[in-house]
Write a protein that binds this ligand. Structure first.
Ligand code: SAM
Ligand code: GLN
Length: 288
């Protein structure tokens, strides 16, 4: 590659990615990362030369991404979520923008229905800790617990919580088990559990299926096993008038609602769509 101004380097990379059927926008994000500049400063220096050592590293990353589909977040080591940087690696799901919408909804529920009371929130299957950490930061009077069955994920989550100074108690175990055994009772239970059916794997991009942990993506019983297990344990861990907020797959709203109704006949559930108009959240008041 002869190119040496930022503009030329970027143009080469965008084209290269396009030719390999990858998202060209990745080039910009990755170059900003390698140059350690913000988005706004980046545009001001388009005609400046890029140091050869940066070009070399950047080019290697672009080629690796094009060849293998490795997510850019595994190359940079982080993803931004709700305005904060979360460290990620191969042991955790890269937190998704849809999940930011669920966090926003959960904050709204907490403020609307519970403020100014002290409340207890539990995040099940915390992964990078993204949901739990943001809730702890945004709702400082809440006590936040988070569980995961993956020790490696909990290590990542703990690192993120420490860096962000988010007060979260992380517990290791199977979905709600650690909450049950510690006799914790929650006002809000929130979870983005694994919900993809194994038969859907063929439809996922290589960036997702080869790099996000399978434990984070797939659930038995056509993707419903985690919801079923969590819902069956809910009666033992909730306070009176509590709310559960689940992230769901686009076609799981009705079935997750009926799983809830089987255990809580008077549940008041709503299915909420994401910014792309897809069903994405089931939010349910469990008594009343
Ligand atoms: N909460 C994170 C987020 O929204 O970005 C990660 C969600 S990821 C879809 C699901 C998480 O559930 C993974 O971190 C996985 O390790 C965890 N998990 C899978 N099976 C579990 C189980 N039986 N008990 C507890 N956690 C589990
Ligand atoms: N939303 C993720 C995806 O589409 C899946 C996360 C999950 O199974 N909870 O890849």
């Amino acid at each position: 590659m002869k190119a040496s101004t930022q503009f030329e380097v970027l143009k080469w990379a965008s084209l290269f990615l396009k030719e390999h059927h990858r998202e060209p926008k990745i080039a910009e994000l990755l170059l900003q990362h390698h140059m350690q500049v913000s988005r706004s400063n980046f545009y001001a220096t388009m005609r400046e030369p890029v140091p050869p050592v940066i070009i070399q590293k950047f080019k290697a990353d672009i080629q690796k991404h094009a060849r293998t589909g490795v997510p850019i977040q595994h190359l940079t080591g982080y993803e931004s979520f709700y305005g904060h940087h979360f460290h990620v690696n191969e042991h955790v799901l890269i937190p998704r923008p849809e999940t930011e919408e669920m966090v926003q909804h959960t904050i709204h529920v907490a403020k609307q229905h519970f403020a100014p009371n002290h409340i207890t929130i539990v995040d099940i299957g915390t992964g990078s800790g993204a949901i739990a950490c943001i809730l702890a930061l945004e709702l400082p009077s809440a006590t936040v617990y988070a569980t995961d069955i993956s020790i490696e994920a909990l290590t990542v989550a703990q690192t993120n919580a420490e860096k962000l100074q988010a007060e979260v108690t992380f517990l290791h175990g199977d979905f709600l088990e650690p909450i049950l055994s510690k006799h914790i009772h929650a006002d809000i239970i929130v979870s983005n559990p694994p919900y993809i059916a194994k038969t859907e794997e063929v439809r996922l991009t290589d960036t997702v299926k080869n790099f996000d942990p399978s434990l984070a993506l797939f659930a038995d019983e056509e993707g419903l096993a985690a919801y079923r297990q969590i819902i069956n344990n809910l009666p033992k861990v909730i306070k009176k008038d509590s709310t559960v907020v689940f992230e769901i797959g686009y076609d799981q709203g009705e079935v997750v609602t009926s799983l809830l109704r089987a255990v809580f006949p008077y549940v008041q559930a709503e299915i909420i769509q994401d910014i792309n108009g897809k069903d994405r959240i089931v939010s349910a008041k469990l008594s009343g």
